[in-house]
Design a protein around this ligand. Structure first.
Ligand SMILES: NC(=O)C1=CN([C@@H]2O[C@H](COP(=O)(O)OP(=O)(O)OC[C@H]3O[C@@H](n4cnc5c(N)ncnc54)[C@H](OP(=O)(O)O)[C@@H]3O)[C@@H](O)[C@H]2O)C=CC1
Ligand SMILES: CC(C)CCC[C@@H](C)[C@H]1CC[C@H]2C3=C(CC[C@]12C)[C@@]1(C)CCC(=O)[C@@H](C)[C@@H]1CC3
Length: 318
């Protein structure tokens, strides 16, 4: 339903919930649903296309006009365009020692077809990572304040694989697993944000919702087939289709400074149907995370310059 959720907390309870979304009709429907269950909640909408950097800058500006502090930033938007199961890799995986991991994470068997956005970024990278990064940078003054700690929450995935990511190709122009690459990059970036911003009160965490039946998964296999494998996923990994938000809520209840920057927080469901959150160590290291951070800062400069040049071009033409 939304690209991101910004939560501003007043000293007593929730102050303002801001749903930043691309599709305003769906956003309004989500807001109405929220008001039905929580009639006193204050929820506002903001237009945001996180794959479009101009939209990110505009939305951040509008948000700064509305609020002067931000406690939680949930980065939810993610795409997996034209997903395919690589059947050859799947059958190979079936008879390997990696079979359980393959079913749980889709490692090596989920491929996508990416494209280039008008500004010249790979679409999956722009949507799943870079737009969110730019948003965090823009909202930095609201997130970094001396009197309180804030938390940025990345919706990552167990499909985030080191093998799909390369520092020489952070946008994944050359490979067939841009989704996995972008999610691995978000794990690295979260660690880098912790290294650079913890002393200024900004903390960052990543979650994995498990396997949730959404538009994203329906694009991969027919829904009846996914429904068939869900019980297996539940038994093997503890994933439940109704439990994707557990870790998001759990993080909201924690003190940001108490969270482990090297952990991914998984939404899980026990055999008896009880939901819980469990941290799993991520396969990341500080050097790689810092190297990615430096590259993202360079790209940020390039993108901002491109946008300025475009603006100048338009002005001189008019
Ligand atoms: N479903 C699953 O099993 C898993 C999902 N995830 C992650 O969870 C997140 C949500 O995905 P899920 O709900 O499953 O999938 P959906 O496709 O149902 O939802 C994706 C959401 O992201 C929004 N979005 C996509 N692109 C943009 C954009 N450019 N600007 C603004 N918003 C955008 C969509 O908005 P719009 O309404 O405008 O289309 C939609 O609300 C993703 O990051 C995904 O990677 C991670 C692991 C497993
Ligand atoms: C083709 C075969 C007969 C069946 C393959 C079944 C599964 C191994 C995959 C089908 C859908 C996949 C999937 C994921 C993992 C592997 C599958 C279950 C994810 C959970 C990986 C992590 C994500 O981020 C999700 C969006 C994936 C959803 C689909």
């Amino acid at each position: 339903m939304f690209a991101c959720v910004c939560v501003y907390c007043a000293f007593s309870g929730i102050g303002l919930l801001c749903l930043a979304c691309r599709n305003m009709q769906r956003a309004e429907a989500a807001r109405q649903a929220l008001l039905v269950s929580h009639p006193t909640a204050q929820a506002t909408l903001l237009h945001l296309d996180v794959g479009n950097m101009r939209s990110v800058l505009r939305a951040a500006e509008e948000f700064k006009q509305m609020c002067n502090r931000l406690d939680y930033l949930y980065l939810n938007a993610g795409i997996m365009p034209n997903p395919r199961v690589d059947h050859k890799a799947f059958y190979k995986g079936l008879f390997s020692s990696n079979v359980v991991c393959m079913f749980a994470t889709g490692e090596g068997i989920l491929t996508q077809e990416d494209k280039v956005t008008p500004i010249g970024l790979q679409e999956v990278f722009a949507t799943n990572l870079f737009g969110h990064f730019l948003l965090v940078k823009e909202l930095e003054p609201l997130l970094c304040q001396i009197d309180h700690n804030s938390l940025v929450i990345w919706r990552s995935s167990n499909n985030a694989q080191r093998s799909a990511f390369s520092l020489d190709d952070i946008q994944h122009q050359k490979g067939r697993e841009p989704y996995s690459s972008s999610k691995y990059a978000s794990d690295l970036l979260s660690l880098a944000l912790n290294c650079h911003y913890n002393n200024r009160g900004l903390f960052s965490s990543v979650i994995c919702p498990g396997l949730v039946m959404t538009n994203l998964t329906y694009g991969i296999l027919p829904s009846f087939f996914l429904a068939l494998i869900l019980p297996v996923m539940w038994l093997v990994e503890g994933y439940s289709p109704y439990n994707g938000a557990e870790a998001l809520f759990w993080l909201f209840m924690q003190k940001p400074e108490s969270l482990d920057p090297m952990a991914k927080y998984h939404s899980l469901t026990s055999g008896l149907g009880n939901n819980y959150t469990q941290p799993h160590k991520m396969d990341i290291d500080e050097n790689m995370s810092e190297a990615l951070y430096v590259k993202l800062l360079e790209l940020e400069d390039t993108v901002r310059k491109k946008l300025r040049d475009e603006d100048l071009d338009i002005k001189t033409k008019n």
